[in-house]
Design a protein around this ligand. Structure first.
Ligand SMILES: [Zn+2]
Length: 252
């Protein structure tokens, strides 16, 4: 089991439950906050609590790379305009795929946080799935099964660039008030591109699904994990309009 160390102020900020949860994870996929290399589960790690506004992100670092401490970060709110730098707070991974919804194979994006997020409220022990409750307040719906595509979310927008020769496309997703929800890269399969061209929207799921460890082409396993997340109440979703921006500008 990984030797997870946290300083007294981090422990206090997390509260009893939060500290227990932050200390009981299996760090199979964790990336060090300091050097951005993978963390070997056998190495000692430090818990770093990054706080932006009311949301705190638990991150892990090699003991030698970063002290266990609380880091205040600016809130990840950026007005519409230039894309925000990746990882302003919530380190998020977005997977593009096509998913069968009751016989209709629909273009789908799945957004997952790379680290657990805790709400720092007056009672720090009150752990909430902040990301899900945030998007629910912005027009998303709980998803219990993948029979139908979820309803359209008003005024959300997504835009992507033509995939380059390695298949990498830039993707930006913005919330109704222009706040950048995600900006980064995706590896969209051809049917995803064809689907958004056809429909003009993509399904966007947000939740704790665990797609990170899957091989890119394992469609069956991906669908199974999404179904399980939906059945467990861990999935929220919406249909979001998508624009195609053409080719990415050089130097981006
Ligand atoms: Zn490191």
């Amino acid at each position: 089991m990984t030797d997870i160390r946290m300083s007294e102020d981090v422990r206090t900020a997390l509260g009893e439950d939060g500290a227990a949860r932050a200390g009981a994870v299996t760090l199979n996929q964790a990336i060090c906050l300091g050097c951005e290399k993978k963390i070997d589960p056998e190495e000692p790690v430090h818990v770093v609590l990054r706080i932006g506004g009311r949301v705190a992100h638990i991150r892990y670092a090699h003991a030698a790379c970063h002290p266990s401490t609380i880091v205040e970060i600016p809130e990840p709110r950026t007005p519409a305009g230039p894309p925000a730098a990746p990882d302003q707070g919530a380190a998020m991974r977005v997977t593009a795929a096509t998913v069968d919804h009751g016989g209709a194979v629909l273009p789908t994006l799945v957004a997952e946080l790379e680290a657990p997020v805790f709400l720092v409220a007056t009672d720090a022990r009150d752990l909430v799935d902040v990301l899900a409750s945030h998007v629910l307040a912005q027009g998303f719906s709980p998803v219990g099964r993948l029979r139908h595509a979820p309803a359209h979310a008003q005024r959300w927008t997504a835009a992507y660039t033509t995939p380059d020769t390695s298949g990498v496309a830039q993707l930006t997703i913005a919330e109704p008030d222009g706040t950048v929800f995600y900006t980064g890269t995706i590896l969209p399969p051809d049917p995803w591109v064809a689907g958004v061209e056809l429909y003009g929207w993509t399904v966007l799921y947000v939740g704790k699904i665990g797609l990170a460890g899957l091989p890119a082409g394992d469609q069956k396993a991906r669908t199974r994990l999404l179904r399980e997340a939906a059945a467990d109440g861990r999935l929220v979703g919406a249909r979001v309009p998508v624009r195609h921006l053409g080719r990415a500008e050089a130097g981006r």
